[in-house]
Design a protein around this ligand. Structure first.
Ligand code: PLP
Length: 379
């Protein structure tokens, strides 16, 4: 896994003018992924999952590219309205909503997907006859897989209506949408297909459907993996929506909620080497940043494998990579930005650049340890 050299040049150039650490986003890359999603062969309503990145400039680009947003808090819903998204371009899907929150969300005019039988009962009491969607836990209809961050369907997932609960609302005239989120960071289209086909089995039982919300979960490639197959995915959802139309007796809208794939490759995190500790074959590279500012390695130490590169100062020939760990400038023992990597021998003043940093990175930052948020620059 490498960082695109053209993108590295952007990072190096900015680091000459701006203090490190920082995030930098390439808006042309961001726009290009938005267009791939909008260009799917079947007409899709695409709502970016703001939990992946809720920076106002990021959301502006999303809006300019014609996507809507999927939010799961009033904080992000408010941000989306501020950035200029029409309420009709906002989907709200959460769980355990209080009565007050349900009223607040409803008042904005956003589309809502509900997570449980209890939430459906509450909605019906508050807004009789008003349409909503339901989150379907189709895990008893497929072999549920654990994806990053656990199970999103099946008995091990806390989310959605279970099989018997779904059966108890069959025939409801106020249920206008079926929502599914199969998991995250998925590159294997067969898993999407299995999950989508399980959702299709429910379609004949809901007479008033307008849409199928197939969620997000589109993966970005790890070491040795191919990029997400947009072409194959497009063919898959075209077929799924044809089958849905046959089952419903009319065309249904396709709704997607991509998060990670939209911005991951459009962002870099850039920090500067402050210290180097030789440890046998390995080097420990200290930087002027922390996993509190770049938290995925903190949350997923075994699987958050970000492409990384060293940019030596003064045009020094970097030499061949050696086993390397990159650590943050705190005293916290787990403060690593790279747990198990390879970089050329580093010197203080060099830059360390981490790729795939545009999703679930800046938005995950934590106040733990007291580091300020790293500034975010847009190119
Ligand atoms: C309901 C729902 N939709 C969409 C997303 C975005 O997922 P991803 O970033 O995997 O595409 C999430 C993320 O957790 C989610 O919970």
């Amino acid at each position: 896994m490498t960082v695109d050299p053209a993108f590295l040049d952007i990072a190096a150039d900015l680091a000459r003018r701006e203090p490190t650490p920082f995030y930098v986003y390439d808006t042309a890359r961001l726009r290009s992924t938005c267009r791939s999603l909008r260009g799917l062969p079947t007409r899709a309503r695409v709502y970016f999952a703001t939990m992946a990145n809720a920076h106002p400039r990021f959301l502006e680009v999303i809006r300019e590219e014609g996507l809507g947003v999927f939010v799961n808090t009033m904080g992000h819903l408010g941000r989306a309205l501020e950035v200029g998204f029409e309420p009709g371009r906002i989907v709200y899907t959460a769980s355990g909503m209080s009565e007050a929150l349900m009223r607040e969300v409803r008042a904005t005019g956003a589309e809502v997907n509900l997570d449980s039988i209890g939430q459906v009962a509450l909605w019906r009491t508050l807004f009789p006859g008003q349409p909503f969607g339901i989150r379907c836990n189709i895990g008893d209809r497929i072999e549920a897989r654990e994806t990053r961050a656990g199970f999103f369907v099946g008995p091990q997932s806390r989310l959605g209506l279970s099989g018997p609960e779904l059966e108890s609302v069959f025939g409801s005239p106020d249920i206008h949408g079926l929502h599914l989120y199969a998991g995250t960071d998925i590159l294997d289209l067969r898993y999407f297909e299995a999950a989508y086909r399980a959702l299709l089995e429910l379609v004949p039982h809901f007479p008033a459907l307008d849409y199928l919300d197939l969620g997000g979960g589109f993966g970005v490639p790890g070491p040795g993996q191919d990029p997400f197959d947009f072409h194959g995915y497009g063919a898959l959802v075209a077929q799924i929506m044809d089958d849905a139309a046959a089952l419903a007796g009319r065309p249904l809208d396709l709704v997607l909620e991509p998060g990670r794939i939209v911005g991951a490759e459009a962002g870099l995190f850039v920090c500067r080497v402050t210290d180097v500790k030789p440890r046998g074959e390995r080097q420990l590279v200290g930087v002027d940043a922390s996993s509190a500012q770049f938290p995925r390695p903190l949350l997923y130490p075994d699987s958050a494998l970000h492409p990384h590169a060293l940019l030596p100062t003064h045009g020094r020939d970097p030499g061949p990579p050696v086993p390397s760990q990159v650590y943050g400038c705190s005293t916290y023992s787990r403060d690593f930005l790279v747990w198990d990597g390879a970089l050329p021998p580093a010197q203080p003043g060099d830059l360390v650049v981490l790729g795939q940093a545009g999703a679930y990175c800046a938005s995950l930052r934590t106040e733990f340890l007291g580091f300020p948020p790293a500034p975010e620059h847009y190119r």
